[in-house]
Design a protein around this ligand. Structure first.
Ligand code: SF4
Ligand code: SF4
Length: 455
């Protein structure tokens, strides 16, 4: 359905009933915000006042695998209900949704959408990039757990493949995951702390939503088996179009990331089921992603609330496969990103809605979509979403501006190694140098205009 039709429906619902259901595409594609929301937990070398579940100070040595999980959590950190995530609030928090919608300046939005990057041509690419996700994995976007490609109970072969040991299983599964399209893959133990305490699922009739307030059910996550391992997969998003944030072309990069999540996650889960072990993939619908990614050694958490990988920076999407198969976990890694973030702040400067903190890490955020109890830079997902609605697409300014966001080449790896040196003035210098040489530009209208004429 075209966005204009969605917008018209929303406006009508505000006028008629005072309750609205935000356009799913608009609300849902705020995916960077979800992953950057308070649902996510932090890795840090900071001291904090409470008892930690696990701590680790960033080592000075480069790219050192560490034995302990670097997540720094207090005992106030609990499982959060899915209904509090910023996406799921569209189902029940009409006051918030109405506040967001009524704040949108539709005249400015109409003006903005006359620019290259927001044309029908651009939107068509955006829609096409999301198409696989929308068709096969509604669970990855708005949180429709146990559905479509992310269903929990698909067929499992009776005959089991046996492995020499858990390390052998890891080797084979990681090889298959890369073959099936994973850009990065790591293994960690299943941890119920990261699974939502309650799930929320909208009731559909057929494939379409009903008029009026959405109907939903809330239920506890009872999987048909006890997961033992999580295969954590990162899929790279397109560098060129992420850099066109905010625009529909950037939305295409995000959408394609979601579609790849669905494809790769489902394929890896199918591989494990064909080995004779129960498994299912999940996106944003069942559990948090970043704690798993940190635990599985894919990267560190940044100021912008997203995972920072060594290879692609934050320019990835994450999908997990839970399985009953015991697989040897990978060690977490620390390569200095948290320390770099203390002196960088490029993402906070690039965030038009001021949703990203430029201060010190804290133990709680400001909204119900922040899950307290972890020491981290909490973003304000409500401000973030407001900006998404205001610009008529979504936003990846914080990904674009991050100096770790580069194509994975040896110069990038070398500069990441240098950035790992624990010297604060060097971090500030490198961050500014990166900007001076032209990386991380946002509001790139020229880039948007050139997209369709460049080879
Ligand atoms: S830059 Fe700000 S508004 Fe944009 S996605 Fe990041 S947090 Fe949200
Ligand atoms: S832009 Fe700078 S401060 Fe923000 S996450 Fe990236 S490295 Fe950290």
């Amino acid at each position: 359905m075209k966005k204009e039709v969605h917008h018209a429906k929303i406006a009508t619902k505000i006028e008629q009933s005072g309750t609205i259901k935000m356009n799913r595409r608009q609300f849902i594609t705020m995916s960077a915000a979800a992953t950057a929301s308070g649902a996510l937990l932090s890795a840090t070398g900071h001291a904090a006042p409470d008892k930690y579940v696990a701590t680790k100070t960033a080592p000075a040595s480069l790219f050192l695998d560490i034995k302990d999980n670097p997540l720094r959590l207090t005992d106030k950190c609990k499982r959060m209900p899915q209904k509090n995530t910023i996406f799921s609030r569209q189902l029940w928090d009409f006051e918030f949704v109405q506040k967001v919608e009524s704040s949108v300046d539709r005249t400015s939005l109409d003006e903005l959408r006359k620019n290259k990057g927001w044309t029908q041509l651009d939107e068509a690419l955006d829609e096409a990039a999301w198409a696989v996700d929308h068709k096969f994995a509604s669970g990855s976007e708005g949180g429709q757990p146990h559905s479509m490609a992310y269903a929990w109970d698909e067929h499992v072969r009776k005959q089991k493949v046996t492995f020499k040991d858990a390390a052998d299983a890891s080797k084979k599964i990681k090889k298959a995951a890369r073959y099936l399209g994973a850009s990065l893959v790591g293994i960690t133990d299943y941890n119920p702390l990261w699974t939502y305490s309650e799930l929320i699922k909208e009731k559909f009739e057929g494939e379409s939503r009903q008029e009026g307030p959405p109907e939903y059910e809330i239920f506890t996550p009872e999987f048909p088996f006890e997961p033992k391992s999580a295969v954590v997969i990162a899929v790279e998003m397109d560098y060129r179009t992420i850099a066109l944030s905010p625009s529909s072309l950037e939305g295409a990069a995000t959408g394609l990331g979601y579609s790849h999540m669905c494809e790769v996650g489902y394929s890896v889960a199918t591989f494990i089921r064909a080995l004779g072990y129960r498994a299912f993939a999940n996106g944003n619908d069942v559990s948090l992603s970043i704690p798993y990614a940190v635990a599985a050694g894919l990267g560190e958490l940044g100021r912008h609330g997203m995972l920072i990988t060594r290879e692609f920076g934050p320019r990835v999407r994450l999908v997990k496969v839970f399985t009953e198969l015991e697989i040897k976990p990978d060690p977490p890694i620390v390569f200095g990103a948290w320390e770099f973030c203390k002196n960088c702040k490029r993402c906070a400067d690039a965030c038009s809605s001021k949703a990203i903190s430029d201060g010190e890490p804290t133990l709680e955020g400001k909204t119900i979509s922040n899950n307290p109890g972890a020491l981290k830079w909490y973003i304000d997902p409500e401000k973030c979403i407001q900006f998404w609605r205001d610009n008529g697409s979504d936003c990846a300014n914080c990904i674009t501006a991050c100096p770790y966001n580069k194509v994975d080449t040896w110069p990038h790896r070398l500069s990441t190694s240098i950035a790992a040196l624990p010297v604060a003035p060097l971090h500030s210098f490198l961050s500014q140098l990166d900007k001076q040489v032209g990386f991380g530009n946002i509001d790139n209208l020229k880039g948007n205009a050139n997209f369709w004429v460049e080879d």
